[in-house]
Design a protein around this ligand. Sequence first.
Ligand code: NAD
Ligand code: DAU
Length: 359
Amino acid sequence: MILVTGGAGFIGANFVLDWLAGTDEPVVNLDKLTYAGNLQTLASLDGDKRHVFVQGDIGDGALIDRLLAEHQPRAVVNFAAESHVDRSIHGPEDFIQTNVLGTFRLLEAVRGYWSQLPAERKSAFRFLHVSTDEVYGTLSPTDPAFTEENKYEPNSPYSASKAASDHLVRAWHHTYGLPVLTTNCSNNYGPFHFPEKLIPLMIVNALAGKPLPVYGDGMQVRDWLYVKDHCSAIRRVLEAGRLGETYNVGGWNEKPNIEIVKTVCALLDELQPRADGKAYAEQISYVTDRPGHDRRYAIDARKLERELGWKPAETFETGIRKTVEWYLANQEWVRNVQSGGYRDWVAKQYGDKAKEGTQ
Ligand code: NAD
Ligand code: DAU
């Protein structure tokens, strides 16, 4: 049994789905179901006894104590976080609450549980913290990609809150000996991505005939990784990562934002052409830049490859095609997210049980 937090969000849900597709080891999935949590993403697991969903907060120490005592997991994988940079600029408080205080409370509860495990289970236990490349700050066009040795220089409220959580995880290892692992990943994309983020937003806006808002000059660079490759990296680090180490995860796919948007437009031109025969790229609209916008991120993932033999399975070309195809084939999921209907769906499926905290 493993405990996954934030497993109703984009990466966490992909992780839970992939995990249960590959093994029968059960998952307790603790998620607060913020705006970003969507149980519809996990609908294929309805009735599957290997998946125990619990609605709750990683900051609720008593709940975590209870879940750990009841389910006796051999590992915790912490995805739960506020994840969207723009939201952190407009309202940082939730980011401090969940990413900093929440991680602290989770660490404390896990430490209490881990410290009383019998010796063999204690040494086999793992706490894997899922983090981001944004903690390293921004790169110039000629800087080498981020390695695990780079200094932490977070620039947004989001990245500062994630950096703080990484430091707490590190300190719980050094001070208390908690067996932790941290992964710092670049930008993910793929199925079930909430359409506030660049790639899904461009797909859904393009199809709806709306403008495609590109911040500033569109020449900011991000390093893209297909979400299922991130999930395979986390499984590999969980299995064989060295305790207390951090591992950078990335796909060697640095692209300026405008190129991403044009690629999405070209795929839509091919797969679902506009009724008027015009190109989707005509909808591109340059808008005011994000405050403090980091110019470039790039991940050097050689440590993970060298030590643990991990490599991404998808190239950007194969991954982005799969992603656009997924959104075209899953318009109902998109409509429910956009209308907020995924919340009604949760209520219909789980009724009061969701509020009580257990499925
Ligand atoms: P997401 O916003 O899609 O999902 C976050 C999930 O956490 C949601 O289901 C939400 O309901 C849940 N959650 C939020 N606050 C919670 C709380 N207090 N208690 C319990 N659950 C809570 O985010 P994501 O994109 O899936 O990111 C998952 C993790 O991966 C985050 O830690 C993020 O920092 C990290 N990460 C994301 C990316 C990316 O490109 N999306 C890249 C690198 C790292
Ligand atoms: O690098 C990893 C990070 O990637 C994760 O830690 C974050 O959780 C995740 O949200 C993501 O952060 P970004 O800020 O890079 O992702 P976002 O999709 O918001 O933006 C990607 C780039 O596209 C960024 O340079 C801003 C730009 N952008 C974004 C949106 C939403 C636009 O130009 N227009 C937009 O409408």
